[in-house]
Ligand binder design. Structure first.
Ligand code: DHB
Length: 368
């Protein structure tokens, strides 16, 4: 009987291993959201069950199955990497359980189940903006370097196509393994090719290794600029990258330096609750994902099953710390502003400072 008054969210995240920073950020953000908004919604007590999948899709699948069948969770959420989100998708469909993807960002993920709603971003959404900006800013030739899996392939394709359309030349497309990548041999190739810029996508947590090796090889001194999606200048690591990161231009949907009142409040509260840890784009995906779940529960007055919750998640519009966002009712994907940002020093700290914005960008991967 008591169970009827509990609303369970199964949060599957990489809490250990190469992607652990994603799990740490999202768990902290989900807990902050609950601390700020209470743990009772529409008469239900919210229970957050956090599970570590180490970003291994077989483990994700087993955990999702256990959460749905044994724990009878109302929603599954989290999903630090694309293969994890895809592994859970068939279970969401079979059990009619909403799956809120808070991190993974390959365009096609939302098409893997009609029960998926995304609060992170897509790589096409942020990469196209760089394909427009670079050629207008003196970058005529590029080598691309991406992690060799879904989001990297999306970044490579959507950046390259747009860059070429604008008259830019992609000299070479390099792909580096996702697991334990060694960037050195790839960077040597880039040095030899002498492009105006190197375009990079690596997942959250890998950016500082790229930056370090880029600088160690003197690529910047050889006149090669580093550009990419904002995953490479991840706020979780940026401040430790050193002054060599100054001037790096990226495109992304969130910066801890976003100058809105809502974001200032979010960053302050997050840092206070987490020993000074700066929130990154993963944290915002998790925070907003909790918002989407809370709001759906409110709208359905705590009475609905998976289908009712899903319907109430579609079409939500709200002010996120990143800016105004919409959960597109047709695609279940997020529509949001995409920013041009440059690494600058403010009060002795490195930040991605926004200098231009594209409003309300839909995932170009869905525009068929
Ligand atoms: C994915 C993971 C990341 O850490 C990131 O920054 C972008 C995309 C992914 O696996 O989808």
């Amino acid at each position: 009987q008591a169970q009827d008054n509990v609303f369970k969210i199964g949060l599957i995240l990489p809490m250990t291993g190469q992607q652990a920073s994603t799990g740490r950020q999202i768990e902290a953000a989900a807990k902050l959201y609950m601390a700020q908004n209470g743990d009772t919604v529409a008469g239900k007590k919210i229970q957050l069950i956090v599970k570590d999948d180490t970003a291994t899709p077989d483990v994700t699948k087993r955990l999702a199955q256990e959460l749905i069948v044994n724990d009878k969770v109302n929603v599954i959420a989290g999903f630090g990497v694309t293969p994890a989100a895809l592994a859970a998708a068939p279970l969401a469909t079979q059990s009619k359980t909403p799956q809120v993807v808070m991190a993974a960002a390959t365009s096609s993920i939302t098409e893997a189940s009609p029960y998926i709603v995304r609060t992170s971003f897509t790589l096409p959404q942020v990469s196209v903006a760089m394909g427009d900006w670079a050629p207008k800013n003196g970058i005529k030739s590029v080598v691309t370097l991406v992690s060799d899996y879904g989001p990297g392939n999306d970044a490579e394709k959507y950046f390259s196509e747009r860059f070429a359309l604008n008259g830019g030349k992609v000299i070479e497309k390099l792909r580096v393994p996702l697991r334990n990548p060694d960037f050195a041999p790839f960077l040597q190739k880039v040095r030899d090719a002498k492009p105006d810029a190197l375009f990079v996508f690596v997942p959250s947590g890998a950016g500082s290794a790229v930056m370090k090796q880029f600088l160690e090889r003197g690529m910047d001194k050889a006149g090669i600029k580093l550009i990419g999606t904002g995953d490479v200048t991840d706020d979780d690591q940026l401040n430790d990258m050193g002054d060599g990161a100054l001037g790096v231009v990226t495109t992304h949907h969130y910066s801890a330096a976003h100058p809105s009142a809502a974001n200032k409040k979010f960053v302050e509260a997050f840092m206070k609750a987490n020993k000074g840890m700066r929130p990154n784009f993963m944290a915002v995906g998790g925070y907003d994902g909790m918002r989407v779940i809370y709001e759906a529960l409110k709208q359905t007055k705590g009475q609905g099953g998976g289908d009712a919750l899903l319907a109430a998640m579609k079409g939500q519009i709200f002010e996120s710390p990143r800016g105004e966002v919409l959960i597109d009712a047709q695609t279940r994907d997020i529509v949001q502003d995409v920013y041009l940002r440059k690494v600058e020093k403010k009060d002795g700290q490195l930040y991605n400072v926004e200098f231009d914005v594209l409003k309300a960008v839909k995932d170009p991967g869905k525009a068929k």
